[in-house]
Ligand binder design. Sequence first.
Ligand SMILES: Nc1ncnc2c1ncn2[C@@H]1O[C@H](COP(=O)(O)OP(=O)(O)OP(=O)(O)O)[C@@H](O)[C@H]1O
Ligand SMILES: [Mg+2]
Length: 310
Amino acid sequence: MFSPESGTGFSAAAPARARRIAVCNQKGGVGKTTTSVNLAAALARRGGRVLLVDLDPQAHATLGLGVDRTKLGASVYEALNEAQRVEEALLRDRAENLDLLPGAIDLAAAEVELVDAEDRENRLGRALGLVDREYRFVVIDCAPSLGILTLNGLVAADSVLVPVQAEYYALEGISRLLETINRVRRALNPRLEVEGVLLTMYSTRLTLARQVAEEVRGFFGEQVFETVIPRSVRLAEAPSFGRPIFEYDGQSAGAQAYAALAAELLARRRMRPDGTQEIRTTGTRSGGEGAGEQEHSPRLSVPATEGEEG
Ligand SMILES: Nc1ncnc2c1ncn2[C@@H]1O[C@H](COP(=O)(O)OP(=O)(O)OP(=O)(O)O)[C@@H](O)[C@H]1O
Ligand SMILES: [Mg+2]
């Protein structure tokens, strides 16, 4: 088990730039934003500076840190259009050691506007390249889609963390996501790794949750984090106070779980310092992933770059 206090936190020799983690699953409501906000806060509490990027037009991560998205000046939208504007958009110290690159409703327009833009899938990467030396981690909260914004997240990222809700249909759509990740890796970002698969909204009392967890672990094996995020009212309440869980209820099971997740993530990184890791699945999933899905190759705007197959 990873206790919230385990590990020594950050190594003294900070790398040249942040490790960028995209929190991604095109399925809606699986805990991406809750995980992005609270994992970012948990990592920041361990001492290194962290940047949270809200790459979703819903701007829930921005709201979750108490920022009124209607009163924003610049947001990640401006940074996508003009990398240098990232500085202007940054909101400093929204929580301990935690900065925010806020999202805004304008991002919905970017989804359309970027389609024909030059270097369209590397816009976020370029903007982050201007600021991420300041940080130990950048956590990118992706929208529930596999459009150009999420593509920007995956191209900018070093790794992807996939939250999976411990409910029926947990793995529905997961093959599309994996296919997208593999395409991005082939065509645009060969260094993209899997940070891990995270079970969220887990109810210990429910047999169903245990069955789903078993299925997810059967499918993804050791890539599933040992840490599981419990279903917790406190986690659901915290955003309405505009605070990460640690400031809302630091004693809650949710706070402890996200602290443990940060510890586990850091411990895993120490064990597996570098190198591209393929997404391995055992393929032992019992449900019919293939049945409804094999015809749906991701309709992503991945350009036909050299090396891209099909
Ligand atoms: N562990 C949890 N326990 C209880 N409620 C949770 C938990 N995690 C998330 N929630 C709640 O579930 C809902 C969806 O969570 P969240 O917004 O994090 O998902 P999401 O994947 O970001 O959604 P979207 O796809 O719309 O971006 C929210 O109301 C959130 O407060
Ligand atoms: Mg979200």
